[in-house]
Design a protein around this ligand. Structure first.
Ligand SMILES: Cc1cc2nc3c(=O)[nH]c(=O)nc-3n(C[C@H](O)[C@H](O)[C@H](O)COP(=O)(O)OP(=O)(O)OC[C@H]3O[C@@H](n4cnc5c(N)ncnc54)[C@H](O)[C@@H]3O)c2cc1C
Length: 416
C-alpha cells in the first residue's frame, strides 16, 4: 500500500487530506504538523479570537482514516523520505503545506507576532485600557489588531515605512483612502517611518527617536517555510516552485511526485503569465483541490490513484478579505499601473455622525481593452461575487455604468 505524507497541518494541509480521500485515495495518508493542534482557521485570530468571541477555530475537516501526527516538525527531505524531529517518514507522494512564518525585528524589546492561536490568546490577554501598543506595519494584520486594541481602550500607534497603508496591495489611490480610518478610530498612524530595532523601552526609529511601548506587535509580512527543503533537490524560489498543476520539480535527482499548496506554493499562473504566491485563505482553501488531483494522476491507478486522467489546472483570480475599522474590505484580481481606476460610490464620504456603519464604496481597475482586472469593495460585499465571476471569465463592464451605484453589479455583469 502506498503512502502520501502531507507536511504541514494548517488549513491547506488539512484540506489536502480531505481532498485526497474524497477523490478515492485508499492508501496510507499521514498529516504531519509542527503545531500541537488539529488544523485550525487563522483569519479569526486577528478578529473573533482577539475580541474574545471565540477561543477555538479548529476546522471541521473529515479526517477519519487520516493518521494525524501533531507536534512533529520536518527537518529535511530526500527523494522518498522526510526527516522529522521524531524520525524519518517514507512517502510515495508528498504534499508540502508548511505555510509561512512572520518576519520579526532585530532587538530585545517586548515583541509579539500573530500567527498561531497561542499568539492570539497571549495578545488578547495583554490588551487592556491604557496599554501603549505599537504596531509595526499598517498591513492587513496591523490594521485588524489596531481596530480591536483601540476598541479595548489601548493607546495604539501604528508605524509604517511606506507613505500610506496598503499601497502595494491596493495601489496609492485606494491605500490613501484608508489613512483617515485610523484617526477616526483613535489610532495614531505614523507613515514613512522605519524601525531600526526594538529595546525594552520600545522602538528605536531610524533617526534615533525612541517610541515608548509596553507591547510591540510586528506585522510586516511572512516568509514561506522552506528551510527544511534546502538541499533536497526540489526547486525553490521564495516558495516551493510548482507548475500550473501545483506539481513541484526535482532538479539533479529523480524523486516521487510532490505538490505544494497554500502559503508555501509559488505556482505558475496561466491567467497572469507569471509565478504567484498568495498568502491568503482562499489559496489554502482551493489549491488543495487541484494538488490532490495532480498527485493522484501522478501516482497512477493503484490505491485509488487516477491513471490517465487529465491533470487539473490551478488558475484562480486571487481573492482575500479583511475586517478593519468597522469595514469589511474585499479584494480580487491583480491590477497594473497602466489600468484605469474607476470609483463606484464615494470613498471620501464622511462617517455618519450617529455611529451607524460607514457608507460603502468599491473601485475597479480596468485594462486598456476594457477588461475588469481587479476590484476592491469596502463595506459593499454585494459587488464582489458577480465581479469575481466576471474576472474569472476575463470580461469587462461599461465603466460609466460601473460608476453608478444604482446599477447593481449583477445587472452590470448580466449586461456585459
Ligand atoms: C492572524 C491572521 C489573520 C488572517 N486573516 C486573513 C483574512 O482575513 N483573509 C484572508 O484571506 N487570509 C487571512 N490570513 C491568511 C490565511 O490564514 C493563510 O493564508 C492561511 O492560513 C495559509 O494556510 P496554510 O495551510 O498554507 O499555512 P499555515 O496556516 O501557516 O499552516 C502551515 C502549518 O505548517 C506547519 N509547519 C511549518 N513548518 C513545518 C515543518 N517544518 N514541519 C511540520 N510542520 C510545519 C506550521 O506550524 C503550520 O501549522 C490570515 C492569517 C493570519 C496569521
Amino acid at each position: 500500500m502506498r503512502r502520501i505524507v502531507i507536511m504541514g497541518a494548517g488549513m491547506a494541509g488539512g484540506r489536502a487530506a480531505v481532498e485526497l480521500r474524497r477523490r478515492g485515495f485508499e492508501g496510507e495518508l499521514v498529516l504531519v504538523g509542527a503545531e500541537t493542534h488539529l488544523p485550525y482557521d487563522r483569519p479569526p485570530l486577528s478578529k473573533a479570537v482577539l475580541t474574545g468571541r471565540t477561543d477555538d477555530t479548529t476546522l471541521p475537516l473529515a479526517l477519519d482514516g487520516v493518521e494525524v501526527l501533531t507536534g512533529r516538525r520536518a527537518t529535511a527531505l530526500t527523494p522518498g523520505t522526510v526527516q522529522t524531529d521524531a524520525g524519518p517518514l517514507d512517502y510515495d507522494g508528498l504534499v508540502v503545506a508548511t505555510g509561512a512564518d512572520p518576519v520579526t525585528l532585530p532587538g530585545d524589546g517586548p515583541v509579539r507576532v500573530l500567527r498561531t492561536i497561542e499568539d492570539a490568546l497571549a495578545l488578547r490577554a495583554a490588551l487592556r485600557p491604557g496599554l501603549r501598543l505599537v504596531i509595526v506595519g499598517a498591513g492587513w494584520i496591523g490594521a485588524e489588531v489596531a481596530t480591536t486594541a483601540a476598541q479595548i481602550g489601548a493607546e495604539v500607534t501604528v508605524v509604517e515605512a511606506a507613505d500610506m497603508p496598503l499601497g502595494v496591495a491596493l495601489g496609492p489611490q485606494v491605500g490613501a483612502r484608508t489613512v483617515d480610518w485610523y484617526a477616526r478610530a483613535g489610532v495614531k498612524l505614523r507613515l514613512g517611518v522605519s524601525v531600526e530595532r526594538t529595546t525594552a523601552e520600545g522602538l528605536v526609529l531610524s533617526g534615533g527617536e525612541l517610541l515608548a511601548a509596553d507591547e510591540i506587535l510586528v506585522g510586516i509580512g511572512a516568509r514561506p517555510n522552506i528551510g527544511w527543503l534546502a538541499g533536497s533537490g526540489l526547486v525553490l524560489d521564495r516558495g516551493v516552485v510548482v507548475d500550473e498543476h501545483l506539481a513541484a520539480r526535482w532538479e539533479g535527482v529523480d524523486g516521487p511526485p510532490v505538490v505544494a499548496v497554500g502559503d508555501v506554493a509559488a505556482w505558475w499562473s496561466r491567467r497572469y503569465g507569471q509565478r504567484l504566491r498568495v498568502e491568503h485563505w482562499d489559496t489554502a482553501q482551493q489549491s488543495p483541490v487541484v494538488a490532490a488531483a495532480t498527485l493522484l494522476v501522478a501516482l497512477g491507478a493503484e490505491d485509488g490513484g487516477q491513471d490517465g486522467a487529465e491533470p487539473a489546472i490551478y488558475n484562480p483570480v486571487p481573492y482575500f478579505w479583511s475586517d478593519q475599522f468597522r469595514r469589511m474590505v474585499q479584494f480580487a484580481g491583480r491590477w497594473d499601473a497602466a489600468d484605469e481606476l474607476v470609483w463606484r460610490g464615494d470613498p471620501d464620504a464622511p462617517d455618519p455622525s450617529d455611529g451607524a456603519r460607514p457608507p460603502g464604496w468599491s473601485a475597479g481597475w480596468f485594462a486598456p481593452d476594457g477588461a475588469l482586472r481587479a476590484l476592491v469593495t469596502v463595506a459593499r460585499p454585494m459587488d464582489m461575487a458577480p465581479a469575481r465571476r466576471l474576472m474569472a471569465a476575463g470580461g469587462g463592464v461599461d465603466r460609466t455604468a460601473f460608476a453608478n451605484v444604482d446599477v447593481t453589479m449583477k445587472e452590470l455583469v448580466a449586461a456585459s
